[in-house]
Design a protein around this ligand. Structure first.
Ligand SMILES: Cc1ncc(COP(=O)(O)O)c(C=O)c1O
Length: 399
C-alpha cells in the first residue's frame, strides 16, 4: 500500500509562474493591469476568438453571460444535469429555469437528440457542457438552436485545449459565448479564475462593466499617467475582476497547456490499456477526430453487480489505500435544493426523468490524472483498483 496520499489531481505550477508572480509584486501593480490584458490576448490567440475577458471564476462568468443575454423570469435554458451546479444556479440567479435533458451514456454529455423534446415557447437558449474535456457533438446542438432561434453558450470550464472538428472549443461563432475555468483542478490554472470568450464586439463593453462595478474602464488605466481620474458608473454590477497575480500564473500556464494535455492524453490511454480486460468497470471514451478530448478527467463507472461493491464503497476502499478520487458530478437534480426546486418547477425535468444521468451518477468516479502523475503511481492506482474489486468479489461471492 502507498505510504502517502495520492490526490486525484494536482496543479502543475512551476518556477516560471512563481518568478512572474514575484515580478508582479515588485512592480507595484498586483490587481487587474497589464499582465491581465496580456493574458486575455494570449487567451484570444490560443482559442482563436476575438474577445476573451477574464474574471474571478467561471461561475461569475456564467452568471454574467446570463445577464448579457437578458434572461427574464421564467425563461427556460436547456442543459444537462451532469455538471457542476453553477451551470444551473447561474440561470436561476437571473430568474431563468434550467431545463435538464438526459445524457448520452457513451460521452457523459447531454444527448443532442433529446433537445427538441425539451423546447417550449419559453426556451431561450442551450448550454452544452463539455464534461471531462470531451466535446459535445456541437453540429447537432447548433442545428437545433438555429431551427428554433435559440442562443448557445458553451460551458467549456473543463475544456481548455479541447477541439471540435479540428477547431478549438469556444472558437466557433455559432455559439454566442463560451466560458472557461482556471480553477486549480483544471488543465491550466490561475489559482482561481475564469473567462468568457466571444466574437461579437457588441458584448465587450457590457461584460467589462458587469465584471467591475458597472464602470467601463479598468482602474489601472485610470491610474496611469495617460488616464483620467474621473469615472462613470453605467449600471449596478458585481466586482469580479481578474488580478495580475492570477495573470502571472496564467501567462505561463497557457504556454504549457498543449504539453500538459498531450501528457494527460498519454496517461489516459495508458489507463485504458491497463484496465482493458476489466468488465467490473466501464471505461471512458477517448473521443475521435471530431471530438478532440483534452483529457481533463478519467471517469470510470463501477458496475456494482460485477465488482461486488458499489461506487461509494469503492471510493472508501481506495481512500483507505491512500488513493484519492473525485465525483464529477453528483447529478444536479439530486442535490437537496434542486430536488425541491424541480418538485415545483416540473417543466425543468422530462416526465420520464433522467435515467442515464442517474445511472451514471450512481456509478462514476474520477481516478488520479494530471500531467505530473508518474507511471509508477498510475500502476499502483490500477493495482489497488483490481485488488479492491478482487477482495469485494470474494466477500459477496460474485462469480
Ligand atoms: C462543468 C463546470 N462548469 C462550471 C464550473 C465552475 O468553475 P469555477 O470553479 O471556475 O467557478 C466548473 C468547475 O468545476 C465545472 O466543472
Amino acid at each position: 500500500m502507498r505510504e502517502t496520499f495520492l490526490p486525484f489531481t494536482r496543479p502543475m505550477v512551476g518556477e516560471e509562474e512563481i518568478a512572474e508572480i514575484i515580478d508582479s509584486i515588485h512592480s507595484g501593480w498586483i490587481t487587474t493591469g497589464p499582465k491581465s490584458a496580456k493574458f486575455e490576448e494570449a487567451l484570444c490567440a490560443y482559442n482563436d476568438v476575438k474577445h476573451c475577458m477574464a474574471m474571478n471564476s467561471a461561475t461569475t462568468a456564467q452568471e454574467i453571460t446570463m445577464q448579457v443575454m437578458g434572461l427574464q423570469p421564467g425563461d427556460e435554458v436547456i442543459t444537462t444535469g451532469l455538471t457542476w451546479v453553477s451551470t444551473l444556479s447561474t440561470v436561476i440567479l437571473q430568474g431563468g429555469v434550467p431545463v435538464l435533458v438526459d445524457i448520452d451514456p457513451k460521452t457523459l454529455n447531454l444527448d443532442p437528440a433529446k433537445l427538441e423534446a425539451a423546447i417550449t415557447p419559453r426556451t431561450k437558449g442551450i448550454i452544452p457542457v463539455h464534461l471531462t474535456g470531451l466535446p459535445v457533438d456541437m453540429d447537432a446542438v447548433w442545428a437545433v438552436a438555429k431551427k428554433h432561434g435559440l442562443w448557445v453558450i458553451e460551458d467549456a470550464a473543463q475544456a481548455m485545449g479541447a477541439h471540435y472538428k479540428g477547431k478549438k472549443i469556444g472558437s466557433d461563432p455559432r455559439s454566442v459565448m463560451s466560458v472557461y475555468s482556471f480553477h486549480p483542478n483544471k488543465n491550466m490554472t490561475t489559482g482561481e479564475g475564469g473567462a468568457i470568450a466571444f466574437h461579437s464586439d457588441e458584448y465587450a463593453a457590457r461584460i467589462q462593466r458587469l465584471r467591475f462595478h458597472g464602470i467601463e474602464r479598468d482602474a489601472w488605466k485610470r491610474q496611469s499617467k495617460e488616464g483620467s481620474v474621473h469615472i462613470d458608473v453605467m449600471e449596478p454590477a458585481r466586482k469580479a475582476n481578474f488580478m495580475d497575480l492570477q495573470a502571472a500564473m496564467g501567462l505561463h500556464q497557457i504556454k504549457k497547456l498543449d504539453g500538459f494535455n498531450a501528457r494527460r492524453g498519454e496517461l489516459f490511454r495508458r489507463y485504458l490499456e491497463l484496465m482493458k480486460d476489466m468488465d467490473e468497470v466501464m471505461l471512458p471514451w477517448e473521443g475521435n477526430a471530431d471530438l478532440g478530448h483534452c483529457f481533463h478527467l478519467f471517469v470510470l463507472r463501477v458496475h456494482p453487480e460485477k465488482a461486488g461493491l458499489d461506487r461509494d464503497a469503492f471510493v472508501t476502499e481506495l481512500k483507505v489505500r491512500n488513493i484519492g478520487t473525485g465525483i464529477h458530478y453528483k447529478p444536479s437534480h439530486q442535490h437537496t435544493f434542486y430536488r425541491d426546486y424541480y418538485a415545483t418547477h416540473t417543466q425543468g425535468l422530462p416526465k420520464e426523468g433522467l435515467p442515464h444521468t442517474d445511472w451514471s451518477g450512481d456509478r462514476l468516479c474520477s481516478i488520479p490524472l494530471w500531467p505530473g502523475l508518474s507511471e509508477e503511481d498510475q500502476d499502483q492506482v490500477v493495482a489497488e483498483i483490481k485488488d479492491v474489486i478482487a477482495k469485494a468479489k470474494v466477500k459477496v461471492a460474485v462469480p
